[in-house]
Design a protein. Sequence first.
Length: 150
Amino acid sequence: MDHIVQFVSQCLPCLILENDIRQEKIHDVDQSRGVHDVSSEILDVLNRAEKGGKDLQRTLEDVVGESGWTETIAQALLKQLEQLIRAGAPMGQAVKDAFEKAMAAAVGFAHDHPVFCTLIALGILAVLTPWVIEVLGFGELGPIEGKFDR
């Protein structure tokens, strides 16, 4: 079943980062800390925050340091946040509020974009009735050969 969920998630490349985030020290991050360390500290600050706003922004800017935000830090943070959500880990109040807003927006997006609704429906079937997914032509490793030929 995990393979089916992975396959469905691969249909959403804009939501899945395929980059391998390494803990190596790079020139655009404070030399005493690696990218993973910085993004972990950012996530910790976010999880302790009670609300968003200027105070949170200043705290995060202090964590990032003089080198500022980079794509690598942002990617690492996104990946760690995604892992937190997938694990169902406890969230601080600010993150929980943002999560609820994002989920509400996703429902609206799904309503406006039927293909996204189909992917969500496939995910629900994969969790509740994985055998139905096989009947639809999806195997453990993805689409079953010959099922989608036109």
